[in-house]
Design a protein around this ligand. Structure first.
Ligand code: MG
Ligand code: MG
Length: 273
């Protein structure tokens, strides 16, 4: 069932989304070689609880598995749902940090792929392409467009550059539940699927692989890795469908204020605003 949000509900989602952005900003200033993802996780959890909110992922259940942390931290060939641990981050790695919060009954969800030190050109192109794909997908999330238009824009852009679009995991609606209907795949046919209505709140989150699209889940029950062990990037925003231009509720502003250099080339910002 799809629940379209009132402006009053969107106001509360905006507050949750802003807190996610600020939490990722608090994490961003600590991403560096030698730092552990467990340290980043503690920073995020403390920040969220200090703001009268709860981490959305900690305790999240799928079947018998319970996610144990505040952040999903996915390094290099890890696509999503990596569990923070005590391994120091390595120079040249890419690190996807996905964060969700529950504030005042409403969820916010956003992810950002960070550069740990200096990246290879291949990883930089991957991250730029994934970021652009997110913005192109968001550009399609306007009233009267269809879900397939979002997926088509993302898939066309990434496959056009020879990258693999993960199909086993998808974006989603969001509101009083972290994962609501409808699913938002990062692939599809333009003009197909359900029509987008004003007030629909969704998370658009391309997961893009340098190599093939195939993924597998590790023995920990959570960590999703690329099947060919090549790296993968992931960016996510929570957005509201609006008539002329969708509204992005989450923000990378707090992250990018503390980064010396962006991990991607923000061409799409010129296109999309
Ligand atoms: Mg997320
Ligand atoms: Mg999500």
């Amino acid at each position: 069932m799809i629940h379209l949000k009132s402006e009053r509900e969107i106001e509360r989602l905006r507050a949750s989304a802003d807190l996610v952005g600020r939490t990722l900003g608090a994490v961003a200033s600590h991403v560096a070689p030698g730092v552990t993802t467990a340290e980043l996780d503690l920073i995020a959890e403390t920040f969220i609880r200090d703001h009268q909110a709860e981490p959305a992922f900690k305790g999240y259940k799928v079947g018998d598995e319970v996610f144990p942390a505040t952040l999903c931290t996915s390094i290099d060939d890890e696509v999503v749902h990596g569990i923070p641990n005590d391994e120091p981050l390595q120079e040249g790695s890419i690190l996807s940090v996905d964060c969700g919060v529950l504030l005042d009954g409403y969820y916010g969800d956003s992810a950002y792929t960070f550069a740990v030190g200096t990246l290879s050109k291949e990883n930089r192109v991957l991250m730029t392409t994934t970021y652009e794909a997110l913005m192109l997908g968001i550009g399609q999330a306007t009233t009267g467009q269809r879900i397939g238009d979002i997926g088509d824009a993302i898939q066309r852009h990434c496959e056009g550059r020879g990258f693999g679009v993960v199909k086993d995991l998808v974006g989603h609606g969001i509101g009083c539940d972290l994962h609501e209907d409808p699913q938002i795949p990062n692939y599809g046919r333009a003009g197909s699927g359900r029509k987008l209505k004003t007030g629909l709140t969704i998370c658009i989150e391309p997961m893009i692989n340098r190599g093939s699209a195939g993924v597998r889940t590790e023995g920990d029950g959570w960590t999703v890795k690329t099947a060919d062990s090549l790296s993968s990037a992931h960016y996510e925003h929570t957005v509201v469908v609006r008539p002329d231009e969708s509204e992005i509720l989450t923000t990378f502003r707090y992250i990018e204020e503390v980064l010396k250099e962006l991990p991607y080339k923000p061409i799409a910002e010129v296109v999309y605003g």
